[in-house]
Design a protein around this ligand. Structure first.
Ligand SMILES: C[S@@+](CC[C@H](N)C(=O)[O-])C[C@H]1O[C@@H](n2cnc3c(N)ncnc32)[C@H](O)[C@@H]1O
Length: 252
């Protein structure tokens, strides 16, 4: 079945008993009071296989399976890595990382909203569009990072163009961070909502990475405009390299 996690998937088949929750029930009375969009949301959640799976397996949200699927396909998570997770709340990607790598990695998660603490994770709370938060996260990884993940998403308005522009702004801030924080050879993953500007983003990233791909994991809702860009083989800080070459030329 399409929704089954692969047998070799990192947490597949694990019976997670802690955090087991039941689906929220809502009465018809409550339903009548809710806005039409909220009713649709609740109905969709109750039917969604990944919502059910997350509840069964004790993940904080269905978003967990997006990282599970990205990792199944691209083998992102490796022992010994240092990883930054931008827009990490409520923390299901951090749970996936923790299940896969445990103490064999260094993880920094950041979000503007607080999360329940997760073992082995350093958390920075703040708005990543502010210099202060950006610098604070940078301060946690002075020796560089192997993997930058960004699942940051703006609050959606339903207006396609607005949501696209806002998501591209967050993706570009994540890129700025990745270009400063990644070690050569590092990997960058970011979510965005499709709408046109992603081609420019791809061109920008191709300058800095050996390989750049768009992908949509099977757990990403089909009707959603969400998409991920995955970049492998960070070439290193090009400005630094350019300065180094200039200095070497001067020395000759
Ligand atoms: C889809 S959720 C992330 C889900 C997460 N990957 C998980 O698995 O639990 C997107 C997150 O991006 C965060 N976010 C959006 N804009 C942000 C910003 N400017 N700074 C920090 N976090 C932001 C939101 O607060 C939200 O928690």
């Amino acid at each position: 079945m399409v929704h089954n996690r692969k047998s070799d998937s990192i947490v597949a088949g694990r019976k997670r008993t802690s955090g087991k929750k039941k689906l929220t029930k809502y009465s018809t009375k409550t339903e009548k009071k809710l806005k039409h969009s909220s009713q649709l949301y609740l109905k969709r959640q109750a039917k969604d296989v990944y919502v059910q799976m997350a509840l069964r397996e004790g993940f904080r949200s269905r978003a967990a399976y997006k990282l599970v699927h990205l990792n199944d396909e691209f083998k992102l998570l490796k022992k010994g890595m240092s990883i930054v997770d931008l827009g990490c709340a409520p923390g299901s990607w951090l749970e996936v990382i923790n299940e896969e790598l445990g103490k064999n990695c260094t993880v920094i998660g950041t979000d503007k909203i607080e999360i329940e603490p997760i073992e082995n994770v350093n958390f920075v709370q703040g708005d990543f569009t502010t210099q202060e938060t950006f610098d604070e996260v940078m301060g946690h990884c002075p020796r560089g990072v192997d993997l930058v993940l960004s699942d940051m998403a703006p609050e959606t308005t339903g207006h396609r163009e607005t949501d696209h522009i806002r998501s591209m702004m967050l993706a570009n801030i994540a890129i700025d961070f990745a270009l400063k924080a990644l070690k050569p050879g590092g990997t960058f993953v970011a979510k965005f909502f499709q709408g046109g500007e992603e081609q420019e983003m791809r061109t920008r990233l191709r300058e800095h990475f050996d390989k750049v791909k768009f992908t949509k994991p099977e757990s990403s809702r089909r009707e959603s405009k969400e998409m991920f860009i995955i970049c492998f083989g960070f070439k290193g800080d090009l400005t630094k390299n350019a300065n180094k070459v200039q200095n070497e030329i001067k020395d000759i």
